[in-house]
Design a protein around this ligand. Structure first.
Ligand code: SUG
Length: 445
């Protein structure tokens, strides 16, 4: 088996990052609605996380932000005239429409796509399906550009297949890798892919009551068919409805995994025990289970601290480290759990890096939300568009670009400022030169 590694592609946080309370069931987004955001600080926090990973020896990529505001989206629903007029009329009709088309939500790259490495697929290629994200209007605007971007980055069809997103219909509601965990002895070995859903057509009453379920079982099954996965090595499991109703709008808010380590809260899944046997069976050995119990910390602690939205990464010496948000360190029960986990020799996680991604966290996006994992062997990694792989020099260009173009602050009334439309367009035009992705945005074609 050729040596394979995981590359984390992080969404570069865009210049229009703002707090609009657009995602029902996402507690942080609701609590911070209408607040003043700090786009420049947000993007620098994201870049600093990418640097931490790169310095740990883990390959790091970057996915550019989308072009916002998406005025074409407003024109498609009947607003017309100059940009200024379109913004004004839409605001008068419904201010949430204006907020939606400004959202920088593509930063949460875990929702960009579901990825199956070549070791798992029947044609030995890496398969990616961009998520349709139809559960929320602002996020449903992302997939056309995401698809185009992934096809530019993973364009070599001898190694990669970037599928079309699933049909734009609730039956196939899909939120990407945030609801998918892949287990393997080592990244390059054939894996077990676990798909997690909230809604099941065969048991509609068994779902969440208060908040929407964003991922359907039908979507999971379709992706696994499209990716050519071995069904004896594929597991479908349901989120616990109480978890969704407590604010676990994606499974990566309550569970995560890396290689054969599985970290989760006891209230994450509707059925935990049989699911673990279903994973361990084809894997051929026991998983290293790290289960947080209610006696360790509550579901509410999990949602506010975002511990499970940490990245567990394998570093070059073969051990694992946890990339966790500062909010986890600030919760004494969660921090105590982390300290005992890294001391415990029964699992390979032996260090923690608490990072500041507070700007993203206030919209419900932790370290793991900000990245899309792609396991690739050496040849596949060489076939990726090299312009998006992070180096010290790319990091310094991106930092300068952010420093030059990003506003310090953004609040609701700025979303009516049509002058910002032009400056964002110019900034993104320059970004495609830095990343060597000409023609990515529709304004360039
Ligand atoms: O889809 N927040 C995102 C957060 C996504 C987090 N991703 C993962 N868990 N993988 C969402 O709810 C809020 C935008 C606003 O309210 O302004 C938002 O879209």
């Amino acid at each position: 088996m050729p040596l394979a590694q995981e590359t984390n592609f992080d969404g570069l946080i865009g210049p229009t990052h703002n707090y609009a309370g657009l995602s029902p069931g996402n507690v942080a987004s609701a609590n911070n609605a209408g607040g003043t955001s700090k786009p420049k600080a947000a993007a620098l926090q994201g870049l600093s996380k990418m640097k931490t990973l790169m310095d740990l020896g883990i390959p790091q990529g970057v996915l550019p932000p989308q072009h916002r505001p998406d005025l074409d989206a407003l024109r498609r629903i009947g607003f017309s005239g100059a940009d200024e007029q379109v913004l004004k009329d839409a605001h008068e009709a419904d201010p949430t429409l204006v907020a939606a088309i400004w959202s920088a939500s593509s930063m949460w790259a875990a929702n960009a796509a579901t990825v199956s490495p070549s070791a798992d697929t029947n044609d030995n290629r890496v398969h990616l399906t961009p998520a349709n994200l139809i559960s929320n209007y602002h996020r449903s605007l992302e997939h056309p550009t995401t698809t185009r971007m992934l096809r530019m980055i993973f364009k070599d069809e001898s190694h990669f297949q970037v599928h079309d997103p699933l049909p734009d219909q609730m039956r196939f509601a899909d939120e990407g890798a945030a609801n998918h965990i892949r287990f393997a002895n080592k990244h390059g070995d054939p894996g077990i892919e676990m798909f997690v859903y909230g809604f099941d057509r065969d048991d509609p009453a068994g779902g969440a009551r208060k908040f929407p379920s964003r991922q359907t079982r039908s979507a999971c099954e379709a992706i696994s068919r499209m990716h050519g996965l071995d069904q004896s090595r594929t597991v479908y499991t349901r989120q616990h409805p109480d978890a969704i109703d407590a604010g676990v709008f994606h499974n990566d808010v309550i569970a995560t995994g890396n290689e054969d380590v599985f970290l989760y809260h006891e209230q994450a899944f509707a059925t935990s025990r049989s699911m673990i046997t279903d994973i361990a069976g084809p894997l051929g050995h026991e998983l290293t289970l790290i289960e947080a119990h209610n006696t360790d910390f509550s579901l509410n602690d999990a949602v506010t601290s975002y511990l499970f939205n940490s990245q567990i990464v394998t570093i070059p010496d073969g051990s694992m480290t946890l990339i966790a948000p500062l909010e986890s360190q600030e919760n004494p029960r969660v921090d105590a759990f982390v300290q005992s986990m890294i001391q415990d020799k029964a699992n390979p996680i032996n260090s923690v890096h608490y990072l500041d991604v507070r700007e993203s966290m206030r919209n419900g996006g932790g370290p793991a939300c900000l990245r899309l994992r792609v396991v690739m062997d050496v040849k596949e990694k060489q076939a990726v568009h090299q312009g998006v792989l992070l180096t010290d020099s790319l990091l310094s260009s991106l930092t300068n670009w952010v420093e030059t173009h990003y506003p310090e602050e953004l609040s609701a009334h700025d979303l009516l400022d049509h002058m910002l439309v032009r400056s964002n367009t110019d900034a993104l035009d320059e970004l495609t030169r830095i990343l060597d992705l000409p023609g990515l945005y529709s304004f360039q074609r």
